[in-house]
Each structure stands twice: as C-alpha cells, then as structure tokens.
Design a protein. Structure first.
Length: 361
C-alpha cells in the first residue's frame, strides 16, 4: 500500500470513528436538557402572563368602543323620534315609573311582572317608543311582545297610525326580564323587579342593561330626592328621577328594592368609589350615601340627607357654592341620558359609558 493510500485510509477510519462516537455519545445529542426545558417553560409562562392582561385590555376596549357606537346609534334613534313627535320616546308618563302595576292605568295590560312586582323602567318605556309593542284593544292599551320591532302604533283609537321602527336591531334586546340567570329550559330568571318588556343590553361579554333617563323638560332642579321622593305630580318633580331605573336595583334576599345591592344579579356597591375630590359618583337610592358635595349633603329638620345620585347627575361644569338640588342644573338638561356600566360592570363609576360624555370631565 502506497503512502498516499495509507494516509487516505487513516482519514477514513478517523471519520468513521467520529461518526460512531456522535451516535453513542450522549453529550453530543441535540435534545433539550431538563434545565433547558425548564427555562423554555418559564419563558413561555412569562410571555403568557404578559399577554393575557394585554389581550383582556384590548377586548375590553373593543367592547367599550362597540357599546359607545350602540349608544350613539340609540341617540340618533331617540333624536329622530323627538323630531317626529316633539317628545323623547316612552308612551308611559315619567312619574308612573315604579309606582303603578301593569293593568292599572296608565300602564298597559298584559305586562308580566318579575318577583310579583309590577314596576317598569324608563328603559323599557323607551323600547316601546322606538320599536313598538303597544296596541289599542277593546278600549284598553295592551302590551303585545310580538309587536316589538314593527314600530310604534298610535294609541288614539280616533286616529290610528303605524310608524316604522326608529331602531331595528332586536338582537340587542334582552329576552324579556333582564337577568344574568336562566332556568333549566334556558328562560331568564328574574333577579329584579322590571316587567317582561325587553330592554337593550350593552355589547360587553357580560351584558348589562343600558339605563335610560328622560328629563322633564322645563322642570327645575337636578334629581328628585327625599324632599319630593313620594311626589307623584309632575310639578313637584325635578329634571331627573332615579325611579326611572329603580326597578333594576334590588336585593332579592330582602325582597324589595334597596340602596343598590344588585343590578341584574350583579353586586353594584359601593356606589361611591370615586375619589372624594371627584364626587360625581353613585346612581343608587337617593335615600342613602354622601360625599361632602354641597349639592348632595343636606339637612331636613336637622337630619342629614345625602344623595349620591345628585352628585352623579348634576352638571359638573356649574359652580356649587350654596346651590341646592332645587336650584342646580343637571347634565343633559331638558334632554335624555343613556348609561352603560362600562368595563368594570359597575354603574356610577368613572368608566361608565354615557350619552353625555365622560363622567369626570
């Protein structure tokens, strides 16, 4: 064998040896070690912990943007109704919210009541105005759920008329009673005191009813409170009144409306969790609460009377001074207000989405 051939043979043997050692030597394996695997898992966990809040925040912003679009669409429908009838939608008079049971004039017949109560909300009243649902039958005004969506009808038997619906998206309506609970058949289980007239729910993943308040145009003051809480005559009432949505505020355990324990089955308290320097907080029962706001904290016969609802609904651009509820000015004076609970699902907090803009200017 020549010298060249011997050299080539040695190189070949060396290569074969390296190939065999790479197969049998565990140190040369390309697989992950346990430590490397743990490091990778830890990195993935860190990335997931970072991404989940980001994704959740993006989703909430998407829900909020969609709900604001919904509120603006409803505003347009309400303004169209006002342009047609020179009134904001709702065939039932303001001061009958939460005071009269279905079938007792002026509330229509054939409304079913949740929890044995007959109170309806102004929001349900708005749906009847924008989308219809009432008809004049046998000398009485009657509610027919099959009519919701076809548009409002004239309730004057001497002048019958049918208007097309001012808002047509029935998919945004609750099935009837607002509830976050269902029975075994999938039917909503009432958790509060509204009627079976549907209401619009917002576009969050845990939908809540939108609140709708209609101002008493030309009325004085901000919010009907303890001074005139039992009033029934329109002349005794102020611009806005929590009784227009009070039927959503209830305590199922107590069996009667309370100071905002639940709305639709979800805990809503406390109603005053904004900073004391920003007292626009709370839309609960005006019989309870307090903020140090001159427009809120009052005394009647020496007894302190406080009202979170006034703090929320008063116009924050007006100077307080010694202004009283009776002399104050509300947000959206002589108009209307729509409120979504916002991303935190709590009414009366800074992130509420409303038709009047930001809760805290």
């Amino acid at each position: 064998m020549s010298t060249t051939e011997k050299r080539r043979s040695k190189i070949k043997d060396r290569r074969n040896g390296q190939s065999r050692s790479s197969i049998f030597d565990p140190r040369s394996s390309s697989a992950f070690t346990l430590i490397e695997l743990l490091v990778v898992i830890m990195i993935i966990g860190i990335l997931v912990s970072i991404l989940i809040p980001v994704v959740t925040s993006i989703r909430r912003k998407g829900y909020a943007a969609s709900t604001l679009a919904q509120i603006n669409a409803l505003r347009g429908a309400i303004e169209a109704y006002q342009g047609t009838y020179n009134a904001y939608p709702g065939p039932v008079p303001d001061h009958y919210m939460y005071q009269v049971t279905p079938g007792q004039a002026p509330l229509p017949l054939n409304m079913n009541a949740a929890n044995g109560s007959g109170q309806m909300t102004m929001h349900e009243n708005m749906v009847l105005g924008l989308m219809g649902g009432l008809e004049y039958v046998g000398g009485s005004v009657s509610y027919n759920p099959a009519n919701v969506g076809i548009g409002p009808r004239s309730l004057n038997p001497a002048s019958p008329a049918q208007h097309t619906a001012f808002y047509t998206n029935t998919k945004e309506l609750s099935p009837g009673f607002f509830s976050d609970k269902v029975d075994n058949a999938g039917r909503p289980v009432p958790t509060c005191f509204d009627t079976d007239v549907p209401e619009f729910v917002d576009r969050f993943d845990q939908p809540m009813p939108l609140l709708y308040l209609r101002a008493r145009r030309g009325a004085k003051g901000v919010m009907s409170d303890v001074k005139n809480y039992g009033a029934s005559e329109p002349s005794q009432l102020y611009q806005y009144d929590v009784r227009q949505y009070y039927s959503y505020i209830c305590d199922p355990a107590g069996g009667s409306p309370s100071s905002g324990i639940l709305i639709g089955g979800r805990i809503q308290g406390p109603f005053y969790d904004l900073a004391a320097s920003k007292p626009q907080s709370g839309i609960g029962d005006p019989k309870s609460g307090g903020t140090g706001d001159e427009l809120v904290d009052r005394k009647i016969k020496g007894v302190p009377v406080v009202n979170y609802a006034i703090a929320y609904f008063r116009d924050p651009s007006t100077s307080l001074g010694n202004i009283t509820n009776e002399q104050g000015s509300p947000r959206a004076k002589d108009s209307f207000i729509i409120i979504s609970a916002g991303p935190d699902r709590l009414f009366g907090t800074a992130d509420d989405l409303t038709s009047f803009g930001s809760v805290i200017p």
